[in-house]
Design a protein around this ligand. Structure first.
Ligand SMILES: [Mg+2]
Length: 247
């Protein structure tokens, strides 16, 4: 039976654990604001948590500064993000590769710093992240790179995320759907939740066993199922309790 952290007084009800993984959007922040339980929650588990987000646009340093402005103190080395983790995964699997990176300027800087060579032709890897400038030319270039044998690495599978007043904000998974519609269902690696890569990184960072670690999140399909696959407990926040969870 799932319980829900809905207000600061419920933070005391958190199950005891050696470590906690926290989703960001809908769990700590929403619509550019800290949720009411975010501060007491972080205080209650200080030194025992890592943030685990499918953000595929920003760096941990930038998000740490954003959170600081909202009164939430989280050092960058406690923030694990799908976008920067995807860059690291490409650099690990394909060191020094020629990469077509569809993503933000910040991710491009991270990729260059990781020794990857950003290119539009003769690429060995297409790295797809949240690209607000994604257009017909980018779609054509990426689809043809895949047709030419490039590997495909995707930051996260999310189709959308909720914007202000419930607006639909397209996410990396929507761009992936367009790309696969053109290139066919080519094999690809997904780094973000619910896949295990981010969870494993977080467990290594916290140095905790899966069964001694709790995932706190608002999405049963990503936070919950990703946690269940690795044997972590899932503690739903907000609307997650309304979604039938298999975790
Ligand atoms: Mg969320």
């Amino acid at each position: 039976m799932h319980r829900t952290v809905l207000n600061p007084s419920c933070v005391d009800d958190l199950p005891p654990a050696a470590g906690y993984l926290l989703d960001l959007d809908g769990t700590l922040v929403q619509g550019g604001r800290a949720l009411p339980w975010a501060r007491p929650l972080l205080r209650g588990i200080e030194g025992r948590f890592a943030i685990l987000s499918n953000d595929a646009e920003h760096t941990p340093q930038a998000l740490s500064r954003q959170l600081d402005r909202l009164g939430l103190s989280v050092p960058p080395d406690r923030i694990i993000l799908a976008g920067t983790a995807a860059v690291a995964e490409v650099a690990r699997r394909h060191p020094g590769a020629r990469v077509m990176l569809l993503g933000s300027a910040a991710l491009r800087r991270v990729a260059r710093a990781a020794g990857l060579r950003l290119a539009l032709r003769g690429v060995e890897v297409v790295l797809l992240a949240r690209d607000r400038r994604f257009d017909h030319a980018a779609l054509a270039a990426a689809a043809n790179a895949l047709r030419g044998g490039a590997a495909l690495v995707v930051a996260n599978p999310d189709l959308t995320h909720p914007g202000p007043n419930g607006a639909i904000v397209p996410e990396t998974g929507a761009l992936l759907a367009a790309l696969l519609a053109c290139a066919g269902d080519v094999p690809h690696i997904v780094v973000g939740k619910p896949e295990p890569t981010l969870f494993r990184q977080a467990l290594a960072l916290l140095d905790t066993a899966p069964e001694a670690t709790v995932m706190i999140g608002d999405n049963a399909a990503t936070d919950g199922q990703g946690a269940a696959r690795l044997g972590l407990r899932f503690w739903p926040v907000g609307n997650a309790a309304l979604v039938p969870a298999t975790a």
